[in-house]
Design a protein around this ligand. Structure first.
Ligand code: NDP
Length: 300
């Protein structure tokens, strides 16, 4: 029998699968098959973004999987170059068309742009309108700090349902998680197994190249006869977070979903918490803007 992920109830009562599938840096030519494989293994949450330039292929993978639309939870993200009210609404239409869907489950602002927060706010207001029109079931943000959330909430109506942030054992963001919880926002971990260290190896602490290599994690994995990736995904799920690991390899896609037959005890969870360095390996939300990643997103 295919396993299913537990669900987390968002602040508007929509349910999101806790464990999902990410496709950042999945090459377009490998995306449809990765998504089809993931859905076949039981994943029901697919996380893409306009800026990943693979929305067409995510849609193709969904169609190939032949799954009933209502069983799937599809997220995409608005890129920062499309912030502002009108641009955001157009970009939403483009994403939906590329995905071949007639509604989205979750639409997110991809980064805050602190140097031009008015446009970030205008983009959020567009997302609020899309939610009101029923074109998306929930709206959220990515990479918002507590201060960015406060700034947003002071000027808008709807509290984000999800804040998707860099979160793995080397960056646990406990303060941000607590603030999200207080506001009723689900924390969703990007780079949940530490993929960001593959892109930025210099950011890793001396003791390990990635959280998956750290002896604390490999030791716990050996104890449970599970892999480091599986241990890290349990760590997220047991602490109430959503996580969206990415892989292009069928065996890893299956491995990362095979996490529902064991659990970590409190000491193991605390030992992993203890690996926090407080340092990001990804971009800094305080300084992010459209030139941080100059991406051209075509309309076709
Ligand atoms: P992950 O933590 O998911 O790690 C992915 C990396 O780990 C890839 O290199 C993958 O390689 C490898 N990997 C996957 N499974 C295993 C395994 N079982 N054992 C060993 N290695 C494995 O990192 P990501 O940065 O991709 O984050 C996940 C998702 O989060 C993204 O795909 C995207 O959807 C989202 N994201 C969002 C961001 C945002 O700003 N909102 C920023 C970054 C990511 P391979 O593919 O070769 O198997």
């Amino acid at each position: 029998m295919t396993a299913t992920s537990p669900a987390i109830t968002l602040n508007n009562d929509v349910e999101i699968p806790a464990l999902g599938f990410g496709v950042f840096l999945t090459p377009p030519e490998e995306t449809a098959s990765a998504v089809e494989t993931a859905i076949g293994d039981g994943y029901r949450l697919i996380d893409t973004a306009a800026a990943y330039l693979n929305e067409h292929q995510v849609g193709e993978g969904i169609r190939r999987a032949g799954i009933v639309r209502s069983e799937l939870f599809v997220t995409t993200k608005l890129w920062v170059a499309d912030y502002g009210y009108d641009k955001a609404r157009r970009a939403f239409d483009t994403s939906l068309r590329k995905l071949g869907l007639d509604f989205l489950d979750l639409y997110m602002l991809h980064w805050p742009v602190p140097s031009d927060f008015d446009d970030t706010v205008a983009a959020w207001k567009a997302a609020e309108t899309l939610l009101g029109e029923g074109r998306v079931r929930a709206i959220g943000v990515c990479n918002f700090t507590t201060a960015h959330l406060e700034q947003l909430l002071a000027q808008t109506e709807i509290v984000p349902a999800v804040n998707q942030v860099e979160l793995h054992p080397f960056l646990t963001q406990t303060g941000l998680q607590e603030n999200n919880r207080r506001l009723g926002i689900v924390t969703q971990a990007w780079s949940p197994i530490g993929g960001v260290y593959g892109r930025n190896p210099d950011a890793a602490p001396d003791s390990a190249r990635s959280p998956m290599d750290h002896p604390v994690v490999t030791g716990i994995a050996a104890h449970h006869d599970k892999t480091p990736a599986q241990v890290l995904l349990r760590w997220h799920l047991q602490q109430g977070r959503s996580a969206i690991p990415k892989s292009v390899h069928a065996e890893r896609i299956a491995e990362n979903f095979d996490v529902f037959d064991f659990s970590l005890d409190d000491d193991e969870l605390k030992a992993i918490d203890g690996l926090d360095t407080g340092r990001r390996a990804g971009s800094d939300p305080e300084t992010f803007n459209a030139s941080s990643f100059p991406i051209t997103i075509d309309e076709a």
